[in-house]
Design a protein around this ligand. Sequence first.
Ligand code: HEC
Length: 124
Amino acid sequence: MIMLFFLAFAQCESNTYAKGEAVYQAYCSNCHMDDGMGLKRVYPPLKSDYAKLNFNNLACIIQNGLDEEIIVNKTKYHLAMEGYPQINEFQMTNLINYINHKFELDQSYQSVYDIRKQLKNCKN
Ligand code: HEC
């Protein structure tokens, strides 16, 4: 019984990451790359101190874009990123969990309720 629970849980987890990866491939990997390391001084890495520190604002950044000078892993970046309002809250949740897992941000797992709450309170 316990075994079954773990199996089901593990399956659900990997499924979430697969869905998040698909969203990442569709919208993000062109610039931030598959390994999340970005491109030189043009596109900042997602495997970064910035993504870690701003984890609770990532969904807002993705939805509304970002256009300010930022310092990511000790390098300055300033090129506008457009927003992605077409990513719905379920896709967004999977995407954020994938980024957290894949790029080792060490943040807590997000539910769709967490993401919904964040998106309601965006500053940008
Ligand atoms: C056309 C290229 C491009 C695409 C596609 C793109 N970004 Fe960005 N992204 C940028 C640029 C440029 C910045 C820096 C913005 C600034 O300086 O204000 C940035 C900044 C960021 C940041 C904050 C800085 C960091 O590296 O931690 C995050 C988080 C981020 N992008 C996530 C995403 C996600 C997730 C997607 C897919 C939904 C995505 N981006 C798609 C170009 C892109």
